[in-house]
Design a protein. Sequence first.
Length: 301
Amino acid sequence: MVNYIIDHLKELESEAIFVIREIASQFENPALLFSGGKDSIILTHLAKKAFYPAKIPFPLIHIDTGHNFPETIKFRDDLVNGLGVNLIVGLVQESIDKGLVKEETGVDASRNSLQIATLLETLEVNKIDGAMGGARRDEEKARAKERFFSHRDEFGQWDPKNQRPELWNLFNGRKNYGEHFRIFPISNWTEMDVWEYIKLEKIELPSLYFSHQRECIIRDNIILANSNFIQLKDNEEVKKLTVRFRTCGDMPITGAVESKANNIDDIIKEVATTRTTERGGRADDKRAETAMEDRKKQGYF
């Protein structure tokens, strides 16, 4: 790897570690939101570096919709056990059972928006005042509006027009009782930065990110993994395709790409030449032009 790429990655790493340490110093009860995707895995890796040789001093929180890829859950459990950190799991099914949210029905049903209530309840019950996540500004236009320290009101809601300035990396974590912050230490990273850093640091990932054969269906030009969580439409058929996933979400909404990239170098070449955005295959983002921003205003990650 050429020196200027390494220097660039080390600058991003230093910035992220600085933010993570700021979180630990400014907040009484922070946590790391862990989805099992590559960005949250990198964030966990950075948190480990930030406090080494001590253990990560805050828990990981995973909001389990019940529609996860099995590979994601196994990777999550193996990683947590290896690090010896506390894992808090919020279950969307429990929110449904308690009547906090209502299960969607129909062939396009999703639990993606339902996890907002589960997330907010999990943060409240565990008194989390600073929840960090692996979101990046280049992922989606709504996320490009975020600051590093993103204030949430007492209802967990986000106002994109009322955010605090962050001049010279001065972060203001002051809040009133009941409010909290979402913090994004890798905001300035791109998808390419992520993959270059994974290569540099030899970070392990779930097998979903690498080319493999899988039973899939094609719905609205999106390749979805076939599963018990998907109800087939009359004109749909299951096909075995060679695919990989660029993002890691629920099975019914996370689109795959046909790919033969089965190693990091091939993925980097693929990312460098693609014209499709990273979240271009996420069915939940296609429900409305402002789908992501609407969810974020309600308390979505």
